[in-house]
Structures are given as C-alpha cells and as structure tokens.
Design a protein around this ligand. Structure first.
Ligand SMILES: Cc1ncc(COP(=O)(O)O)c(C=O)c1O
Length: 374
C-alpha cells in the first residue's frame, strides 16, 4: 500500500510565524531549568515510573524519503495511557507538599482529571472532579475508579470550570488546573514541567542523533509549550517547531497570526477532543509566541484512517495504539511532505529526523474501537 498517497491526506491551513525568534533564555524564564529538572528528579523516582518507548516509523520514513521519524508512545504512560499522567499528578504532589488533609479539585475533559485523581490516590488525598455533560460516561467512570468524586455539570467545559472554582472556594479545596489565568500561573507551570519529562526521556533515547523537526499537537498549548521548554533545556540544536491543531479549534494558529492571544468560537467539536480548545493558555503562549516556526490545521477526515494504520503496523514495525489526539502528528507530516511548497519551506528532506508525539492511546476505548471500525 502506498501510505502517503497525496490525494488522501488533507490539511486545511498552513502559516509561518512572522515573529519567530527562538531564544532559550527567554523560554526558560517561563518554566525555569529548576522547575524542569525537579519534575524529572521527582517523577523518575515514582514506583511505577519507566520511560515510554520512542519508536521508529521506519516504513513511513522510507516512503516519505526522510531520514528518521520518531514516535513517542505515551499510550504506555503509567497505565493512564496519556502524557497528561505526567502533569496533573506531579502538580498534586508539589502543591500539597505532604499534607494529607487537603482535598484537590479540577475541571477536565478527561485525561487531566484522570492524572489528578491518580496523583491524589497515590498520596491518599481526597479528590473532586468536575466534568461537563459532554464528557463521556466512560471517562467519568475511569476517574471514579481512581477514587475521585466526579461531579457532572450542565453545559460545556467552561461551565464545569466555573463550578469547580465556586465549590473549591466554598470548601477550601486546592484547585489543580492545567490551564492558566491571571493570578493562577504556578500550577499550570508545574503541570507543564511534568510534561517536559517526555523531552528528557527522548534525549536519552536518541543516542546523540539530532532532531530536526517536532510536530506538536495543541489544545491550549500546554503540551507544546512544555516540549519547547524541554527542547530549550535539553537540546543543543533548535529543531523546527510545528504546531498542529483541528481546523475547528486552531486557537494557537490564530494567535500566532496576530501575535497576541486570540479567543475563537468553536462551532463544531473536533474528533480530536483533547485539542478542541478556543484559547491558548497564558504560560504556554508566552513560550510559543516566538518559538513556533509554523502552524498547520487539519480537518477530522483522516483521523480514523491514521489510527488504523498505526494499529496495523503500517507506519513502522510496531503495532501502536494511537488515540484520536495522537493521529494529527503523522497526518500533518504526510500532508506536509505531499505539498512541495510546505516541504521546501520547512526543509523536510532525506536528512530530516522528525519527532512526533503520540500523546495518548485508547483513553476512551469505545471511541477508539468505533473509529477503528469506520
Ligand atoms: C489527550 C490530549 N489532551 C489534550 C491535548 C492538548 O494538550 P494542551 O491542551 O496542553 O495543548 C492533547 C494533545 O495535544 C492530547 O493528546
């Protein structure tokens, strides 16, 4: 099969960042080297810790005529099946500082809450999770199974966050939110420091090879910002950073266009649920605004197909469980290689070593199975 057949892989929009000016010191003012190092020292000592695999998509790199394509497989993260396990659970540990009487709370679309619930369980803390009515029952149950009290709120994610803040203030619970707002920067910064452990592991896994391109999925930009900060901390070279978003929720792209945070209206929820966010978060935005080379947005069309090709070991020798939010990296890479204009602009060629982030496995098993069958 010709995996990369240009007719089949779609992107919607591609832009260049006019304000690009990568500066390691500036980046590390937002998440310090100390934050990054402490996160790794702490998390790497957790009982169940082991680095997730860095796989090679050797079949695809051959077909696209690239040197290497690395895939960081977060489906193997702590049994929670997503990179989010690194963030919320770490922030819980840092903010509660060994105090066992604290109740932690958060609002979530699923994976962040699972991480907070797991972090609370590890430390024997009580946990309250607020989800919108649109979060699937399966995701709610997964958090209850970790001992959390799950509260369903009428309305969307924003409504669940408002309710979480209200009840947390009334009851003196400690909010552990991954999204920053004015006066709430520390916890999101700690969360991102947790995510940056991925980059430390990758550096240890690539055997001195140089990564030339990183495709970074973004919702509010936390994962992307953390990986850019990790690159500033651990890499000697500066890879090209390419942000990938659903075309229905390309808030980082819109913000990069104007150079300031833009809020967009989401008129259609993307299949890439974790990335369906309308506004970049403050901490990552400060990192991303000058460090991102390009942004690309995608329709949902090829998500199921990419997931299937991962599952069948069509991209490399390994069968990979890649969830909806893991597929856009490979889709945008293939779409970029199939478009001569983009390929030349971002310099994708036979010397390129591309890093893709497989940010989740089948975190919602029902959805995963449904998409595989389609
Ligand atoms: C499961 C999941 N949730 C959320 C996100 C988005 O992360 P953030 O909101 O930090 O940009 C991703 C990937 O981008 C993801 O895979």
């Amino acid at each position: 099969m010709n995996i990369s057949n240009g007719q089949l892989w779609k992107y919607s929009s591609f832009i260049e960042n006019k304000n690009y000016s990568f500066n390691k010191e500036e980046i590390l003012k937002n998440i310090s080297k100390n934050h990054i190092d402490e996160a790794y020292l702490t998390i790497s000592k957790w009982d169940s810790y082991s680095p997730t695999p860095l796989l090679l998509l050797n079949k695809l790199s051959k077909e696209l005529n690239l040197n290497k394509i690395y895939y960081k497989d977060e489906s193997k993260r702590f049994g929670l099946k997503s990179f989010k396990a690194l963030g919320g659970a770490y922030a819980v540990e840092k903010v509660t500082k060994g105090n066992k009487d604290i109740t932690v709370s958060t609002a979530t679309a699923g994976n962040h809450g699972r991480s907070v619930a797991w972090g609370a369980k590890r430390l024997g803390l009580k946990c309250k999770i607020f989800i919108s009515e649109y979060v699937s029952d399966a995701r709610g149950k997964a958090m209850e199974a970790l001992g959390a009290d799950v509260v369903k709120v009428k309305g969307n994610y924003e409504k669940s966050l408002i309710e979480c803040i209200k009840q947390s203030l009334e009851n003196n619970w400690q909010i552990v939110q991954d999204v920053a707002w004015k006066d709430y920067m520390l916890v999101p910064t700690l969360t991102m420091a947790g995510y940056s452990v991925m980059m430390k592991e990758i550096v240890d896994q690539i055997n001195n090879e140089e990564i030339t391109h990183i495709f970074l999925q973004a919702g509010v930009g936390g994962m992307a910002g953390a990986m850019v900060a990790g690159a500033a901390r651990y890499l000697e070279n500066t890879p090209k950073m390419i942000i990938v978003e659903p075309d229905s929720a390309a808030c980082v792209m819109e913000s990069i266009k104007t150079g300031k945070i833009e809020k967009i209206n989401i008129e259609r929820e993307s299949l890439m649920g974790g990335m369906s966010c309308g506004e970049p978060s403050l901490v990552p935005w400060e990192i991303l605004k000058k460090s991102v080379n390009n942004c690309i947005s995608l329709p949902d069309d090829d998500i199921g197909k990419a997931m299937k090709l991962f599952a069948n070991a069509s991209f490399g020798d390994d069968k990979i469980v890649a969830g909806e939010n893991s597929a856009p990296g490979v889709i945008s890479l293939i779409a970029s290689c199939n478009d001569e204009n983009i390929k030349n602009k971002i310099n994708l060629n036979s010397n390129s070593n591309v890093l893709l982030i497989g940010c989740e496995g089948d975190t919602d098993q029902e959805m995963y199975q449904k998409l595989l069958k389609e």
